[in-house]
Design a protein around this ligand. Structure first.
Ligand SMILES: NC(=O)c1ccc[n+]([C@@H]2O[C@H](COP(=O)([O-])OP(=O)(O)OC[C@H]3O[C@@H](n4cnc5c(N)ncnc54)[C@H](O)[C@@H]3O)[C@@H](O)[C@H]2O)c1
Ligand SMILES: O=C(O)[C@H](O)CO
Length: 322
C-alpha cells in the first residue's frame, strides 16, 4: 500500500538539497515568494499539516485558513512572528533554530562594533572617492579603540554569551550584562558582571542589545536609555528593530547624545531610503544579515527541515519552543 505523505508548505526560499530531503518524507507546496502567489499559498495552507519559513505572522485570521496545521517551523531563532499562547490554545507546535547561528551572529556584531569604532565604512568611502590626498588623513578621522573597553550586553542568551567570549578573549574587554536571569557560564568563563540596566548604560563604551522582541522588550531602548549612555557610547542592535525606539535613536545621534551606532535591524524592514539613519556617517548599517553566511543558513534550513519532518510524522521536533 502506498503511504500518503503529509502535506506541508515551505514559504521561504530554500536550499534545493534541503527541499529535496523534505520531499522524500512530505508532499511539499513550495512558495519561495509566497506574497506573489498568495491565493495558491492560502489554498496549500488549507491542507497543510506543517509549515516551514520565517517571519510570516500567524495570527487568528491566518490560522483559521490552516485547519489541519500541527506544527510551524521557523528557520530563525527569533519567533516574534508567532503568537505562542494562541498556538498552544490550538494545539499547534512551534520550533525555531537556536544555537546553530550563535557564532555567525556574534561575528557580525563584532564587525558592526569595529566598523563603527574605527569608522570603516566612512573611511572606505573617503578612499574610494579620492579624498585621500598627499596631506594624508585628518585627526578628525581618528576612530576610537575597541580593545580594553567596556561592553554592555542586554540579553545574555546564546548570541550574547558568544559575543562575550569574543569580547573577553579577543579584545580584552570588560563585559557587563543585563538579563532576565543570571548567566553563570558568562560570569565564570568571561568574567561578565551582572548589573541593572541603568548601571550597564552608564558604564558601557559599547552597548549591544540582544534580547528577543516581546511585549516586554518593545522600545526597551528609548530616549531615557540613550540619555543614560556615555556621550562616547557606540550602540549596536542586531536583535530586532522594534526593541529600539528608532526615532529616539535618530535624535540621540543627531544631538550627539551618543557617538555612533551599528545596526543590522530596523523598525521597518527593508528600511526606507528616507530614513535619516542612512545619511549619518557615524552609523553603519546592514540589511538584517547577521546570520546570513552560506554555512549557517544551510544549518538553519536543515534544522528547520528536520523539525518539520519530525513534527508532521508525530515525533518530537529537535528544537521546540515549548
Ligand atoms: N540580526 C540577526 O540576523 C539575528 C540573528 C539571530 C537572532 N536575532 C535576534 O536575537 C534574539 C536573541 O537570540 P538568542 O539566540 O541569543 O536568544 P536567547 O533566547 O538565547 O537569548 C535571549 C536572552 O534575552 C533575555 N531576555 C529576554 N527578555 C529580556 C528582558 N526583558 N530583559 C533582559 N533580558 C531579556 C533572555 O533571558 C535570554 O537570555 C532573537 O530572538 C532574534 O530576535 C537576530
Ligand atoms: O532570528 C533570526 O534567526 C534572524 O533574525 C534571522 O532571521
Amino acid at each position: 500500500m502506498v503511504k500518503v505523505k503529509p502535506k506541508v508548505v515551505v514559504y521561504k526560499r530554500m536550499n534545493e538539497q534541503v527541499l529535496n530531503k523534505i520531499r522524500e518524507m512530505c508532499d511539499v507546496s513550495y512558495f519561495p515568494a509566497y506574497k506573489e502567489d498568495y491565493p495558491a499559498f492560502l489554498a496549500a495552507l488549507k491542507e497543510a499539516e506543517g509549515v516551514l519559513g520565517a517571519g510570516l505572522k500567524f495570527d487568528t485570521a491566518l490560522l483559521d485558513q490552516a485547519p489541519k496545521l500541527k506544527i510551524i517551523c521557523n528557520t530563525s531563532v527569533g519567533y516574534d512572528n508567532l503568537d505562542i499562547p494562541l498556538l498552544k490554545e490550538r494545539g499547534i507546535l512551534a520550533t525555531n533554530t537556536p544555537g546553530v547561528l550563535n557564532d555567525t551572529v556574534a561575528d557580525a556584531i563584532v564587525a558592526l562594533m569595529l566598523s563603527a569604532a574605527r569608522r570603516v565604512t566612512e573611511l572606505d568611502q573617503f578612499v574610494k572617492t579620492g579624498g585621500w590626498s598627499e596631506q594624508g588623513f585628518l585627526q578628525q578621522q581618528f576612530g576610537v579603540d575597541v580593545h580594553h573597553k567596556t561592553l554592555g550586553i542586554i540579553g545574555m542568551g546564546g548570541i550574547g554569551t558568544t559575543l562575550a567570549k569574543r569580547a573577553y578573549f579577543g579584545f580584552d574587554m570588560h563585559v557587563l550584562y543585563h538579563n532576565r536571569s543570571r548567566n553563570e557560564q558568562a560570569e565564570h568563563t568571561y568574567n561578565a558582571v551582572y548589573c541593572t540596566m541603568d548601571e550597564l548604560l552608564e558604564q558601557s563604551d559599547f552597548v549591544c542589545v540582544m534580547t528577543p522582541l516581546t511585549a516586554q522588550t518593545e522600545k526597551l531602548i528609548s530616549k531615557r536609555e540613550f540619555a543614560k549612555m556615555k556621550k562616547t557610547a557606540i550602540f549596536v542592535n542586531a536583535a530586532r528593530g522594534k526593541v529600539v525606539d528608532e526615532a529616539a535613536l535618530i535624535e540621540a545621534l543627531q544631538s550627539n547624545v551618543i557617538l555612533a551606532a551599528g545596526l543590522d535591524v530596523f523598525e521597518k524592514e527593508p528600511t526606507g531610503q528616507n530614513n535619516p539613519l542612512l545619511c549619518m556617517p557615524n552609523v553603519v548599517t546592514l540589511p538584517h544579515i547577521g546570520s546570513a553566511t552560506a554555512e549557517t543558513r544551510m544549518k538553519m534550513a536543515q534544522l528547520g527541515a528536520d523539525n518539520l519532518v519530525a513534527g508532521v510524522h508525530g515525533k518530537r521536533p529537535l528544537t521546540p519552543i515549548y
